[in-house]
Design a protein around this ligand. Structure first.
Ligand SMILES: [Zn+2]
Length: 410
C-alpha cells in the first residue's frame, strides 16, 4: 500500500511536469508579444520553431525512459538489492558503492540523450562548439563530481541524524548554509574544473567597468572572462560572492562579439546584483527551504513501514532522501514558485539599475541578441514562467526597462 502510494506520488509529479511542458509547447503557436517580434526574422523564427520541436521531442523520449527506469527500480526493490549486495562492507563504503552504482545508471541513461542533443541538434542549428573530447571529459567530470556531492550530502545527513536525532534538522540546515556560503566564495575556482577564467584585459572596456565600481564604491574583486566558446555559441554572465568579495564573470562569446555599450549594459546588470546584495538577500529563503526539507526528511526517516515496503531490513538514509524528494514534490513546487518569484524581482531590479545608468537601449539590444543567438524561447506559457523562470520573460524585461528609461528621461 505504501509502495503504491509512493509510486503514485512520483507519477503525479511527472504528470504535472508533462502538463506544464505541453502547455508551454502549445503556446509556441501564439502570436509573439509586440516588443519581441523583431528578435527573429521570418527565417530565423522558422529555425527557432524547428529547434524547439526537435528539442522537445528528445526531452520527451528521455523523460519517458528515465521515468520507466525509476518505476522499475522502485517496483523491483532494486535499491535494497544493491544495499544488500554491499552489506559485508563498512557502512560508509557500502553507501559509497551504492551511490556510485546509481550515479553510473543515471549517467548511462542520460548520456546518449546529451550526446544526441549536443552533436545532432545543437550542431545542426549552429549552437555547438564542443569537441567529442570535451564532451566525454565533461561526462567523466560530471559523474565524479555528482557522486562526490551525493555521497558527502548523505554522510553529512547520516552523521548528524545519528548524533543529534531530530535536532539534526537544525544542524543539517546550518551545515548546508555554511557550505552554500563557502561555495559562493569559491565558485569560480570550482568552475575552473570545467572552464578557463582569465582576468579581463586592461583597456577601454575594463576602464568603463571599473568606473561603475568606483562610482558606487563597490569593490568587485575580479572581473573574469569565461571561455564559454569551448562548448557553445551561447553567451552568459554572472555575479557571485558576498560582501566585498564579488566576482563578475562575462563569457568570451559576449566580450568578443558584442558592442562595448552592450557589454557594459550586461555588466551593469550583474553589478547591480552585487550592489543590492541579492545573494545575501536570498539566504533567509534558503534557510526556510532547507529547514522544510530536513524536517520532511526527519519525518520520512521515522516511518519504518516505508523501508520494509521497498525490501529494506531497516531505515536507510540514501533511500530516505530519495523518498523525501518524491513525497514533498508539491511543497517543493510551491517553494520553487516563491524562489523564482524572488529571483525575478531581483532581475527586474538589476535591469532597472542598468537602465538608470543610461544603458537601457544597449541592454535591450544585448538581451534580444542573446536570446536570438541561443534560439531561446520568447513566448513561454505563463504557468512555465511562474513555475520555472528565474528571469522575467524577454518581453516583460523590455517593457520594464523601457518604463524606467522613460521615467529617467523625464
Ligand atoms: Zn541577473
Amino acid at each position: 500500500m505504501l509502495k503504491l502510494l509512493i509510486i503514485l506520488l512520483y507519477l503525479s509529479d511527472k504528470a504535472f511536469e508533462a502538463v506544464v511542458d505541453y502547455l508551454d509547447h502549445s503556446y509556441l503557436k501564439r502570436e509573439l508579444p509586440e516588443n519581441v517580434k523583431d528578435v527573429y526574422d521570418e527565417e530565423e523564427y522558422r529555425k527557432f520553431l524547428a529547434y524547439r520541436k526537435e528539442g522537445g521531442r528528445l526531452d520527451m523520449i528521455s523523460d519517458i525512459i528515465s521515468i520507466t527506469v525509476t518505476l522499475i527500480l522502485l517496483a523491483l526493490n532494486v535499491h535494497a538489492f544493491f544495499f544488500r549486495a554491499f552489506s559485508a562492507m563498512n557502512i560508509y563504503v557500502q553507501y559509497l558503492m551504492v551511490i556510485l552504482v546509481f550515479s553510473l545508471i543515471n549517467t548511462v541513461i542520460e548520456l546518449p540523450f546529451d550526446y544526441y542533443d549536443t552533436f545532432v541538434i545543437e550542431e545542426k542549428y549552429g549552437l555547438n562548439k564542443a569537441t567529442k573530447k570535451t564532451f566525454w571529459l565533461d561526462a567523466v567530470k560530471n559523474l565524479i563530481i555528482g557522486s562526490v556531492i551525493s555521497y558527502a550530502l548523505i554522510v553529512l545527513i547520516m552523521v548528524l541524524f545519528e548524533r543529534f536525532g531530530n535536532m539534526a534538522i537544525l544542524w543539517c540546515t546550518i551545515a548546508m548554509l555554511v557550505i552554500m556560503l563557502v561555495i559562493m566564495l569559491i565558485i569560480v575556482p570550482l568552475m575552473r574544473i570545467y572552464n578557463r577564467f582569465d582576468p579581463l584585459e586592461d583597456g577601454e572596456l575594463k576602464d568603463k567597468l571599473m568606473e561603475l565600481c568606483d562610482k558606487y564604491k563597490i569593490h568587485v574583486r575580479k572581473i573574469v572572462v569565461r571561455d564559454a566558446s569551448r562548448r557553445t555559441t551561447k553567451a552568459n554572465a554572472f555575479c557571485t560572492g558576498i560582501g566585498n568579495r564579488n566576482t563578475i564573470s562575462l563569457d568570451d562569446n559576449l566580450v568578443n562579439a558584442y558592442s562595448p555599450d552592450e557589454i557594459v549594459a550586461v555588466f551593469a546588470h550583474e553589478f547591480a546584483h552585487a550592489r543590492y546584495r541579492h545573494m545575501i538577500k536570498g539566504l533567509p529563503f534558503s534557510v526556510c527551504n532547507l529547514l522544510l526539507v530536513f524536517a520532511s526528511l526527519a519525518i520520512v526517516l521515522n516511518i519504518p513501514g516505508l523501508y520494509a515496503a521497498f525490501g529494506f531490513d531497516g531505515m536507510n538514509y540514501y533511500f530516505a532522501q530519495m523518498l523525501t524528494g518524491i513525497i514533498i514534490w508539491p511543497i517543493s513546487t510551491v517553494i520553487g514558485i516563491i524562489g523564482n518569484f524572488l529571483s525575478r524581482k531581483h532581475e527586474y531590479q538589476a535591469d532597472a539599475f542598468a537602465a538608470s545608468e543610461g544603458y537601457a537601449e544597449p541592454l535591450i539590444s544585448a538581451l534580444k541578441r542573446l536570446n536570438r543567438e541561443a534560439l531561446s524561447g520568447i513566448n513561454p506559457h505563463p504557468a512555465t514562467v511562474v513555475l520555472n523562470y528565474s528571469h522575467p520573460t524577454l518581453s516583460q524585461r523590455i517593457d520594464a526597462i523601457e518604463k524606467i528609461s522613460d521615467a529617467y528621461r523625464g
